[in-house]
Write a protein that binds this ligand. Structure first.
Ligand code: HEC
Ligand code: HEC
Length: 304
């Protein structure tokens, strides 16, 4: 690059990113965005609509139904339409937050400028990040489990998911949503056995999640989520979530001796409604509240 051109590029960079000339944007600028926000879902055999965003070659191949970028024509590129929410569901599906205006402009400029390849080989493949684990002696936090929810659950459990609105109203795209107590709790911090979310990923409760499995979660992934919950369902900063005493729960499982659900202790009293005479070994649905003493106070138990 000539001295003058270099200076122009430097000046425009210092003024504002939007002033970078479209033809200066290359895949080098786009790849980190895809890596951070898209590859967790758009990779491998399970890539949605067959669209892999793991390399320039794969991106240019497009999805099983179309090319997602039209060189020189961002407005007619499905990729841009998805980033702006002109086609639904909006991408990335983990949003909000979606991409910033500056990031979307960068992608538009890249398409307008003719899809410049940049410095990396077009088949250089980004890999989805490996399972994140806490370092020795440290607790599991939301940071470690969020990528599992993002890559395996959010495509349905988001406001505009593959099945329309989120199944059972359950959003799994943020910490606050996962711990929401409004209707009932699906995660009971400190008690994985009382957490319907864990029952679903283990298949103790049917249908097993993810609903589009197999593949279901690996044993390692399930264990990481179990540890996260048993260690208090900590947020990104390591702060444990409060115990949801009094919140509603709805659980499925197998009834054991002495009013247990698998190994979870149930409190069945005179106020409990018992339907279809459930017996030991039956699959039952339990509705109740999370009690002070770490037991489920049952309002209703029903054979399934
Ligand atoms: C949480 C998983 C997830 C993430 C993260 C994600 N996507 Fe998607 N993406 C999907 C799913 C699921 C679909 C299929 C939706 C449908 O049926 O229209 C999809 C569809 C698309 C399509 C439409 C393809 C076509 O032919 O219609 C494009 C383009 C796309 N995604 C781009 C992106 C980009 C770019 C990012 C990152 C900024 C991203 N996605 C992040 C799950 C995700
Ligand atoms: C392909 C869509 C899809 C995917 C992916 C998916 N789910 Fe679901 N989920 C559903 C549907 C549909 C239901 C309602 C099923 C029923 O009970 O009839 C559901 C129900 C649930 C429930 C029960 C909610 C309640 O209130 O009892 C939980 C918990 C759950 N999913 C967790 C997850 C988790 C965790 C993942 C990822 C590991 C996941 N789901 C992935 C579609 C999906």
């Amino acid at each position: 690059m000539g001295k003058v051109l270099g200076l122009v590029k430097l000046c425009s960079l210092m003024l504002a990113p939007a002033l970078v000339l479209a033809q200066d944007v290359s895949f080098d600028d786009i790849q980190p965005i895809l890596q951070a926000r898209c590859v967790m879902c758009h990779a491998g055999d399970a890539a949605p609509l067959g669209l892999r965003l793991t390399s320039l070659d794969e991106l240019l191949k497009g999805s099983s139904i179309r090319q997602v970028v039209v060189s020189g024509d961002p407005a007619n590129s499905e990729l841009i339409r998805r980033l702006k929410g002109q086609s639904q569901p909006r991408m990335p599906m983990t949003g909000p937050p979606f991409l910033s205006d500056a990031e979307i402009t960068l992608v538009e400029d890249w398409i307008a400028g003719g899809l410049q390849a940049g410095s990396r080989p077009a088949d250089a493949t980004a890999r989805p990040a490996p399972l994140l684990r806490p370092s020795e002696g440290q607790p599991v936090t939301y940071e470690h489990v969020a990528p599992i929810f993002a890559s395996r659950c959010v495509k349905c459990h988001s406001a505009y998911g593959l099945m329309g609105s989120a199944p059972e109203g359950l959003l799994l795209n943020s910490y606050a949503a996962i711990l929401d107590r409004h209707e009932r709790v699906r995660v009971v911090p400190g008690a994985s056995g009382a957490s319907e979310l864990v029952r679903r990923i283990r298949g103790q409760s049917q249908p097993q999640m993810p609903y589009d499995g197999p593949p279901f979660l690996s044993d390692e992934e399930v264990q990481l989520i179990v540890d996260w919950i048993d260690q208090g369902a900590r947020d990104d900063t390591g702060q444990p979530a409060p115990s949801p005493v009094g919140s509603r729960v709805r659980l499925q499982g197998v009834l054991g001796e002495g009013w247990t659900l698998d190994s979870l202790q149930l409190v069945v009293g005179p106020g409990t409604r018992i339907d279809k005479s459930p017996g030991v070994g039956d699959v039952v649905e339990v509705r109740g509240r999370w009690g002070q003493d770490g037991r489920v106070l049952v309002d209703r138990i029903r054979r399934r």
